[in-house]
Write a protein that binds this ligand. Structure first.
Ligand code: FUB
Length: 317
């Protein structure tokens, strides 16, 4: 074969390779089942914290013992870090490494987690702390921050789960959480103590998985709605509400009852990070996988319906 022809073939092969790695096909993690994504942008990087679904295929309930951490500089190529936190790190917790979120303040990283309490029946919220976004993290209090006996708006033992935290422009931090009933409370500047009473948040068809974010002068509270879950959202001019329901943001994820979301802006683009059960054959409601697609705002601040794709997103530049 002529050397010109050979060079051409090589060029085509190389171009194909670039196209193949140029997309983060969904799901973004395939060697483990990952759920409940919570992303954080810090120092030019994105840190993606997830739960770890460890249920065998025939178990129709969650088995979750630890949380995972991945980082990326482009939303496409992800590096997995050693397991930074597990239920065992909270001496007062029994099981269930459920949804969580990490946030940065004053050089420290605070990881708010859902776990089942050993002695106070029901779900509870704990907080771990580290000097690095990848850990190691340790229990910041030695006790739960929120327990089921602190809230009474709904008579279930699992209404104190799925924490999300936002630090407002004036420095005040807010913790939101809940199942069936959404709650919020202020956090002290130390980020590990409540700073005032617990309030109920009035939301339309709230199920769980609240996620707070701010964009263009609006506060957004997205959450899982109904069951199987869709993602809905509400908007407000204040983090304490009132919240105006804005409708469905994402449809039922497919092959998973839940689709827990996280929303971030990174390098000028907006991302909707969620889970579904899309790993072929064995994926499902208890063997979930994190996916990433673009999120777009309308000029009035409302958000366009998410389009879930198999192709995922392109490298962020
Ligand atoms: O992963 C366990 C639970 O499922 C989470 O806490 C909920 O948000 C739902 O995704």
């Amino acid at each position: 074969m002529e050397s010109k022809t050979l060079s051409f073939i090589w060029l085509i092969l190389i171009l194909n390779l670039f196209c193949a790695v140029g997309l983060a096909a969904n799901p973004v993690v395939t060697h483990k089942y990952t759920a409940d994504p919570a992303a954080m942008v810090y120092d030019g990087m994105v840190y993606l914290y997830t739960g770890h679904d460890e249920a065998p295929k025939n178990l129709h309930t969650y088995r979750m013992n630890e949380w995972l951490c991945f980082s990326s500089g482009d939303m496409v190529n992800w590096t997995e870090h050693p397991v930074p936190l597990s239920v065992k790190d909270f001496s007062w917790a029994k099981k269930d490494a459920w949804a969580a979120q990490v946030i940065h303040r004053n050089g420290k990283f605070y990881w708010y987690v859902t776990v089942e309490h050993k002695t106070i029946p029901g779900k509870s919220i704990g907080v771990a702390v580290s000097d690095s976004p990848t850990g190691p993290f340790k229990d910041a209090r030695g006790s739960a921050l929120i327990t089921n006996d602190m809230t009474a708006a709904v008579k279930i033992s699992w209404d104190d789960l799925d924490p999300t935290v936002l630090i407002d422009d004036d420095g005040q931090a807010y913790l939101f959480w809940g199942n069936r009933q959404c709650y919020y409370a202020k956090l002290k500047e130390d980020m590990i103590n409540l700073d005032g009473p617990i309030h109920a948040v009035d939301l339309t068809r709230f199920e769980e998985a609240p996620w707070l974010h701010k964009h263009g002068g609006w506060y957004y509270l997205s959450y899982a709605s109904g069951f199987p879950e869709k993602t809905a959202y509400a908007m407000s001019k204040s983090v304490t509400g009132p919240w105006e329901y804005k409708g469905i943001l994402n449809e039922v994820a497919g092959n998973s009852n839940t689709n827990h979301q996280s929303i971030i802006e990174y390098k000028g683009k907006n991302y909707f990070i969620y889970h579904n059960g899309s790993i072929p054959r064995d994926g499902g409601s208890y063997r979930r996988s994190v996916c990433i697609d673009y999120l777009y705002y309308n000029p009035d601040g409302t958000i366009k319906r998410i389009i879930m794709t198999s192709e995922g997103v392109k490298p962020a530049k």
